[in-house]
Design a protein around this ligand. Sequence first.
Ligand SMILES: C[S@@+](CC[C@H](N)C(=O)[O-])C[C@H]1O[C@@H](n2cnc3c(N)ncnc32)[C@H](O)[C@@H]1O
Length: 393
Amino acid sequence: MSTPGATARNLMASGSVSEGVESRRVALDVLDRVDRDGAYANLALPSRLAESELDARDRGFVTELVYGTLRRRRSVDHLVDRHVERTDVELRVRNALRMGAYQLRWTDVADHAAVDATVSAVPKRARGFVNAVLRKVARDASTYQFPTDALRLSVPDWLLDRLRSDLGDRAVPVIEAMNERAVVHTRPDGYRQDTASQEVGRLFAEVADGSVIADLCAAPGGKATHIAGLLGCSVAALDRHAHRAKLVDDAADLTSTAAMAVVADATAPPLRPGVFDGVLVDAPCSGLGSLRRRPDARWRITADDIGSLRDLQFDLVAAARDLLRPGGILVFSVCTLTDAESLHVDDRVADAFGDLLPVALSEPWEQHGRGGRLLPDRFDGDGMTAFAYRRSP
Ligand SMILES: C[S@@+](CC[C@H](N)C(=O)[O-])C[C@H]1O[C@@H](n2cnc3c(N)ncnc32)[C@H](O)[C@@H]1O
């Protein structure tokens, strides 16, 4: 199943929604909320769409405009700023320029339709200015050569530098892949889950049906319900935050699986040690691997966030080890691509726990140290890093 955004692209090619001024207005409302109120796009968008009277096709187009403009913000600002000398451009007008430039460079909407409909969506007093700037942008939007990779890829310099140092030559293709529209995958049980997350659940496939499993960082419940369904077992699904644990209950209801939400700090889990056949630590992390699905995340994450959770990640793995029975499987996963949040944590695990023996990960995982990773340039899903260990008897 494809996202509304991908559908919109097909529609735009036929020109059937390209004149929607109301779609542009709704998209601008969402962009303004993200910038002005710090709202998350994936929450602000559905809530604004619910208030609108747009049909399904126009909703898909709005999704494309919002996600694309947010994702390409650095690039579109660059395209626009070449033609703007004023520094007092109000937020809504700035977002209209960004959204116009996005359409001109990255969509199939005809240039005149992109400019006219965007101009019509801003207050009258700003229309002349937006029209003049977008007409200049339109002259070379599709052929313009960005002066740096970070500007072209629309990422902060630090992010490209960090991924270059950790991924080498794969950094640019990986970011290019994460700049594509996300594809939503729906599992047979109705839960929508990225394919990389499904690969993490499959790491438990060899554990016998009916096993006892703990998921220490479970909300919103994607992996807990996947594992419960795969193994036909109950999963003790811990999360520290009550409002997030509620999401696990919702996921269990949707999928009719026995993932039982428990609100608890998993560094001191209220569970019996030494009896679990499998324990998952899908740890909190910077989230750099899921930029495709979270278009505004690249502007929220800072260089200081990378590695800031590594003590917590290690403590969670240590708590997970105590829960395992001898011979049981522990999986530590993070939806990120940096060594600080993966290899460096595993180094500490190797030093501290000689009884956690690494299990090699097979296709589609690419070997990474003692574990594996999925990189979005070759694997069609989020970037993910995982380590599997068997506790020696
Ligand atoms: C990456 S998300 C988990 C995603 C989930 N496994 C899934 O597939 O749907 C990490 C989760 O860890 C939770 N968390 C953070 N610190 C925790 C702690 N000390 N104990 C338990 N849960 C924690 C967060 O609330 C968040 O829901």
